[in-house]
Design a binder for this molecule. Sequence first.
Ligand SMILES: Nc1nc2c(c(=O)[nH]1)N[C@H]1C(S)=C(S)[C@@H](COP(=O)(O)O)O[C@H]1N2
Ligand SMILES: [Mo]
Length: 329
Amino acid sequence: MLVKIKRGWELPESAATPEASYWSRRRVMGVAGAGSLLLAAGAGSRLLAAGPALAAKNDGPDPTLDLYPAAPNLRYRLDRPLTKPDVATSYNNFYEFGSHKSIVKAAQALPIRPWTVTIDGMVEKPQTLDFDALIRQVKLEERTYRLRCVEAWAMAVPWTGFPMAELVKLAEPQVGAKFVRFETFKKPEVASGQKQFWYPWPYVEGVTLAEASNELAFIATGLYGKPMPKQNGAPLRVVLPWKYGFKSIKSIVRATFTDEKPKTFWETVQGSEYGFFANVNPAVPHTRWSQAEERIIGTEDKRPTQIYNGYGEFVAGLYDGMDAKILFR
Ligand SMILES: Nc1nc2c(c(=O)[nH]1)N[C@H]1C(S)=C(S)[C@@H](COP(=O)(O)O)O[C@H]1N2
Ligand SMILES: [Mo]
């Protein structure tokens, strides 16, 4: 965001600012009495994101370091170079820490130890797992995946983690369970974005049980061969490479198995623009911009967007017979 919108490729992104945050920024601007709209958009969000950016001091040493780097799984190939680590770890969407891309510093305030993940709802094995124990119950691997944000930027990175299917196995879903609902932490005292009361915190996402069991669905605990940086969703996050990035929910604390389609964060904010499935499709424009191309962050390159972000061979079968009108937004 900020002020430099000279280059053409930056326009879709500023256009991509979700409506709700646009209006909230205007509200802040009014209060701050700032000048031009453009300037104020950046200044306003900064104003709200301000506050102590103290690193959490109580995390202690990371007891999972010995698990990295994990063995690469070469089944999932890239069609492009990896994004540079400093780019992928400094250009982030994480609204809990501000509705702009530069949340690295603010995100360091999130305490990640201890960290528990609760599995509940329609399962045989409801449980609350300590993250440092959970990570030793699964086999970590490294996968390179593309990630395509709905704002038309893209990256390609090596995640470390384990298949979401392993989490489903731990839970033992009951017969009637059809969806998994994921929830992020709610800690407005460290995540100042969560003081923006017009957002429906905590961040919620969801998938069908079939999607959760698909081989591509991944729970990532690391990035570039190291434990997950806080700004990318430490200590663990979802990664769904065939869907727009907002489905890949960060810093999860709960997985609830349910027979009701979860109402997601972005559906609540702007249901007409952000749906439940959100599968990538170049032919279905967002209501406010085209999805035909994507900008590769850290470069000047653009590439054509691919249906299912190029992962159709793995996931297209999930949607046989379903109405295309609901699948691609
Ligand atoms: N909890 C939470 N998860 C989130 C978001 C967020 O704001 N909060 N942003 C999403 C969006 S829009 C994208 S594009 C990706 C970005 O992941 P990255 O910062 O690791 O590139 O995270 C997703 N997960
Ligand atoms: Mo995104």
